[in-house]
Structures are given as structure tokens and as C-alpha cells.
Design a protein around this ligand. Structure first.
Ligand code: SF4
Length: 96
């Protein structure tokens, strides 16, 4: 068994069964970027959905893309502008 395959299988045995399908698809490259982010966030917080929603890792590059955000905390024009201002970037609407 190849090293990566072995690592993936090992990881699968360590996560709750209901999260395995998303992880497997992401690891296989057949998931959408959104699903891959979801799989990463799920693992990051120990598979606690509420913890993703209430994530405090605001510096994480996935923060604005994480799933389970309430509509009030989703990316808004003001958060986009604040991010651009803080980074000095001229990020396009499409990039965010
Ligand atoms: S956004 Fe939050 S939950 Fe998702 S990977 Fe980053 S720190 Fe973890």
C-alpha cells in the first residue's frame, strides 16, 4: 500500500463514520473545493459542527469560507472591505 493511501486509511479510522464520505471524496480529489474546506474544518475542530460555526480562528485562511456560518456572519461587503484594507490587497470580488 502506498504511503498516502495508508495515511488516508489511518485517518479514516480515526474519524466518526458520518464524516468519512466527505473526507474520502476530498482526499480522492472528487469533491468540490467547498466540500474539501468542509472536510478540513470538520477535522480541525474535532467534528463538532457548532465549533466550526463559532470558529475563533479569524486569521485562518479558510475562516471566511468555512461552512455552517449563520447568515449574519457570512461574508459581507464590509468584511470583504475590511479584509482588503487589512492586507492592503486589491482583491477582486471574484477572488473572495
Ligand atoms: S476556519 Fe476555523 S474551523 Fe476551519 S480550518 Fe480554519 S480554524 Fe479550523
Amino acid at each position: 500500500m502506498k504511503k498516502r493511501e495508508k495515511q488516508i486509511n489511518e485517518r479514516l479510522t480515526q474519524m466518526p463514520r458520518q464524516y468519512r464520505k466527505t473526507y474520502q471524496r476530498a482526499a480522492a480529489g472528487s469533491a468540490s473545493p467547498r466540500m474539501a474546506i468542509k472536510a478540513f474544518c470538520q477535522e480541525c475542530v474535532g467534528w463538532q459542527r457548532e465549533e466550526i460555526k463559532n470558529c475563533t480562528g479569524t486569521a485562518c485562511p479558510l475562516f471566511l469560507y468555512r461552512p455552517y456560518q449563520s447568515s449574519s456572519s457570512k461574508r459581507t461587503e464590509s468584511s470583504r472591505e475590511a479584509l482588503c484594507a487589512s492586507t492592503g490587497d486589491k482583491l477582486s470580488e471574484k477572488a473572495l
